[in-house]
Ligand binder design. Structure first.
Ligand SMILES: Cc1cc2nc3c(=O)[nH]c(=O)nc-3n(C[C@H](O)[C@H](O)[C@H](O)COP(=O)(O)OP(=O)(O)OC[C@H]3O[C@@H](n4cnc5c(N)ncnc54)[C@H](O)[C@@H]3O)c2cc1C
Length: 530
């Protein structure tokens, strides 16, 4: 079939992109490998999955009707409710008729003669479109650990991003969780409530902060609704589109008492404040970061009764906030339960998975359930899984060897008419806010082209060079770029992911938007439109 545009992915990005391109009167098809809409919130059905963004700061903002008609029920919405919300959006905007589910895109090849893309699906069918928009997610390609024998286990095992639709009953079961990133933390604190025994296998402890979730009553929701303009305005102004924004003061510009009081207040308040609303220099000044890390370490020692376990839970190889900070609800207290144990696999790695459990340091552990909370091939992973070929058969994977090179995080030289929503080098933060901006910007270029009878859009080598250098320069001096994590492209469970790269734009969202707005205001003169 031939379309004006093909969108890959039906998460928050793909759904909104479909709505916007339809608004231009275009014929659009979305291909989605899952069986329903929702992306992240469709796939991540693991126990305890929920937002770390405040729910009312995360939902779509473009439609007053959606804002008026949807009630959030918790400050940090659990996955089932968010999935319900995205289904509500899909129904309200009648999006499903243009989405093909169970449709995994395996290849996209540019054809210069017809100035269009040929998109191939896993079932062998192919489709063409002038424009392809990738909406394939920064965290959507799950990664299993590299442990021999995974397929030998006879009990139930599952990656957190591939949990079954039917609930899994942990009551009385012997459960293992491998991984203690944001997903691992959420899973562990939930599974510990019912499991017979829970054994956590931890390679790298992560700094965490309390989430302080709570229900939203009807009355409170009505009040939040009246504040939507103010909430969304705040998200527009802040560094990373969260409700939280850094304190303009430096850590050492206040007295020790003021500093302690500020940290107590942040530790005791909702959401990402401890990470995103802290003193301005905690992620750049080593001494400030060390002091903050000491504060959080103290909290861990206070909350975890066994001193040896507390020490195991305190990160030693990175400072607070230099990796993605998982938010938790009584996570640390889980380790005070008699049925929970923590195994350090940094010093003694897992040797293998056996038919009955795990072998670590020559010792066999028996389990009924193994949960792999081992995360994703982040940011570029979902691109690597599609054979994307541009002008003269140039492969995107080759173009991005050594790290992605992009123009504003939306285009790549040599790949005309291919636009990325939430691609590498774009502003992330509280992601839907950035998604809406990205989608609107891409829609603006396409609208402009259609209005002027143009059929080919490509960025220039200079544009890519300048943006990529700018993104690299922004990362200089950031403590997070000196640390191995998915944010620096490191994944020890994957080949070719052992060198740090800059895949993430670390400037402010307002600065990103100002740069992109200027390009649009100049009639996209920086791009080659023909
Ligand atoms: C557990 C978890 C919690 C999170 N919490 C937050 C939070 O609190 N705040 C926040 O801002 N962000 C959070 N995120 C990030 C989250 O990914 C984004 O907020 C947002 O959902 C991204 O939407 P998206 O549409 O860009 O991508 P996704 O939601 O990842 O959707 C991408 C879609 O593309 C599909 N796809 C990929 N490749 C192909 C292919 N080859 N063919 C067909 N379909 C394909 C996938 O199946 C998927 O449905 C979280 C992520 C995870 C995993």
């Amino acid at each position: 079939m031939t379309y004006d545009a093909i969108i890959i992915g039906a998460g928050i990005s793909g759904l909104y992109q479909l709505h916007r391109l339809r608004g231009l009167g275009m014929s659009v098809r979305v291909f989605e490998s899952g069986t329903g809409v929702g992306g992240t919130w469709y796939w991540n059905r693991y126990p305890g999955a929920r937002f770390d963004s405040e729910s009312y700061s995360y939902g779509y903002s473009f439609s007053q009707e959606l804002l008026d008609e949807w009630d959030w029920t918790e400050h940090f919405s659990p996955q089932p409710k968010t999935l319900e919300y995205l289904n509500f959006v899909a129904d309200k905007l009648d999006l499903r008729r243009d989405i093909t589910f169970n449709a995994k895109v395996t290849a996209a090849h540019w054809r210069e003669e017809t100035r269009d893309w040929r998109v191939t699906l896993e079932d062998g069918s192919s489709h063409s479109a002038r424009f392809v928009i990738t909406a394939i997610g920064p965290l959507s390609a799950p990664v299993w650990p590299r442990i021999p024998g995974i397929e030998d286990f006879k009990g139930f095992s599952c990656h957190t991003a591939r949990f079954p639709k039917e609930p899994v009953d942990f009551t009385g079961k012997r459960v293992a969780v491998i991984g203690t990133g944001a997903t691992g933390v959420q899973t562990i604190q939930e599974v510990a409530k019912t499991a017979g025994t829970l054994t956590v296998f931890q390679r790298t402890p992560n700094w965490t902060a309390p989430l302080h979730n709570g229900p939203i009553s009807k009355q409170e929701m009505a009040e939040i609704r009246t504040r939507y303009p103010e909430i969304l305005e705040r998200c527009r102004e802040t560094f990373a589109c969260f409700l939280h924004t850094p304190d303009p003061r430096g850590t050492f510009e206040v007295t020790p008492e003021e500093r302690e009081a500020k940290w107590e207040q942040l530790y005791g308040s909702k959401g990402f404040g401890m990470w995103q609303g802290n003193f301005r220099d905690i992620l750049t000044d080593r001494k400030a970061n060390a002091l903050l890390s000491d504060f959080v370490a103290r909290k861990i020692r206070e909350r975890v009764k066994d001193p040896a376990t507390a020490e195991k839970l305190i990160p030693k190889n990175h400072g607070f906030g230099t990796r993605r900070v998982p938010l938790e609800t009584k996570y640390l207290e889980v380790y005070n339960q008699p049925n929970v144990s923590l195994v350090d696999i940094q010093s003694t790695p897992i040797e293998k998975i056996t038919p009955t459990g795990l072998r670590v340091g020559g010792k066999d552990y028996a389990f009924d359930i193994i949960i792999y909370a081992t995360g994703f091939d982040a940011i570029t992973g979902s691109f690597d899984r599609i054979d994307i070929q541009g002008v003269d058969g140039l492969k995107l994977k080759d173009k991005w060897k050594g790290g992605p090179k992009t123009y504003l995080g939306v285009q790549v030289e040599g790949f005309p008419n291919l636009f990325m929503v939430m691609g590498p080098h774009t502003a992330l933060g509280n992601i839907p806010r950035s998604i809406e901006y990205n989608v609107d910007w891409v829609t603006g270029v396409i609208k402009h082209m259609r209005a002027h009878g143009l059929t080919r859009a490509e960025c220039t080598p200079e544009g890519v060079r300048d943006w990529t250098e700018h993104v690299k320069a922004l990362g200089e001096g950031l403590l997070s770029n000196e640390i191995d994590s998915w944010m620096t492209g490191i994944n020890r469970n994957l080949d070719g992911k052992s060198e740090r790269i800059i895949a993430r734009y670390s400037g402010s969202a307002p600065a990103y938007r100002a740069r992109c707005d200027a390009v649009a205001a100049s009639g996209y003169r920086e791009m080659r439109l023909a």
